[in-house]
Design a protein around this ligand. Sequence first.
Ligand code: NAD
Ligand code: IPM
Ligand code: MN
Length: 381
Amino acid sequence: MTGSLRAGRERACRERTDKDKIYIMNATIITLPGDGIGPEVVVEAVRVLEHVAAAYGHRFAFNEAMIGGCAIDAAGGPLPDETLAACRAADAVLLGAVGGPKWSDPTAPVRPEQGLLKLRGHFELFANLRPVRAWPALARYAPLRADLLESVDILFVRELTGGIYFGKRREQDDGDTAWDTMAYTVEEVERVARVAFEAARSRRKKVTSVDKANVLAAMRLWRRTVTGMARDYPDIELEHALVDSFAMNVLRWPSSYDVVVTGNMFGDILSDECSVLAGSLGMLPSASLGAGTFGVYEPIHGSAPDIAGKGIANPTGTILSAAMLLRHSLGLEAEAQAVEDAVEAALAAGARTPDIGAPGVEPLSTTAFTDAVLAQMKTRA
Ligand code: NAD
Ligand code: IPM
Ligand code: MN
């Protein structure tokens, strides 16, 4: 499922040039820029992918489609049929963000976020990988003590197509009661837990399963199922944690965690919390994966209405999502690594958007920061 474990290529086609044993990848990538800062960060990640294509001789075709609030305005719904059809025919999707104040009226019949949930559900993208690392160049200015951030490298595996997000709900505009339900089946827990155990095998061999088994029935099933699966992975250390104290411990001892598997809503909240370890919400990427190689790649942040249109959004989360796209959907590990190395080198060289700004360092625009990443790719090629 992760990285090298995802061997099969379904649609992306590899050509081999026998002379120098270089593989050329032909791939179709759909971009869904969405709302707010979404378009501002997606355009930069596409520049990085275009650079990768040129440098390594691949052919990436990019097609743009609509999702979210802009799709509600233009087409009457947050996930038009044409968008779904375009995604179905593609190898991977690169998404910005959806939502914003314009569409936030709680009584509105449709919301931008529904488009994102429908996309995830439609393709059964049940495993959402959200890696969190603390960058040495940023540790000095983090709100947490720099020594706590040394060697922080956590992989959140968030269940993405079940739980309270997709349970039965009742909502009536004029009613005095509304409810959502959290349900999990053994099969849903097993498939996401398997992704976590497999990922741990190529990492530090530890899985922390985060739940609320002391209160919720669905979470007791979660814990029982994960415990049962651990028998297939005797080489992996499994620990269980309750979400409330985990939320505290992960900031207290962040380097003690390796792979963290959790349900849909807890994974949403905990990954935003842990972005503080990386320096900013704008730093974290994600990959949403199902059974095949197709995936949706997006930063974990939202449309950031407070900074939209100013050209100052941090594109790192989206650029690193593009690296995950190269790795998980296209099997281009060296290219993915090159992008990640360039981001690290740009940060080490002092490139900063305002959200990760350091005293005395002139902040860069979204585009100038990406230029700094591209410059590192060029000098390192
Ligand atoms: P948000 O993630 O949009 O913003 C939270 C804070 O982080 C803001 O101060 C913002 O400026 C900052 N921030 C976020 N991304 C940044 C970046 N790349 N660079 C610099 N700073 C960044 O969360 P919110 O304000 O709670 O939500 C705004 C809207 O986004 C809502 O409509 C919400 O539903 C939506 N949302 C969408 C997604 C998604 O599309 N995947 C994810 C989260 C929230
Ligand atoms: C995320 C977002 C989404 C989620 C919303 C916008 C539906 O917060 O991708 O983290 O809650 O999953
Ligand atoms: Mn979120």
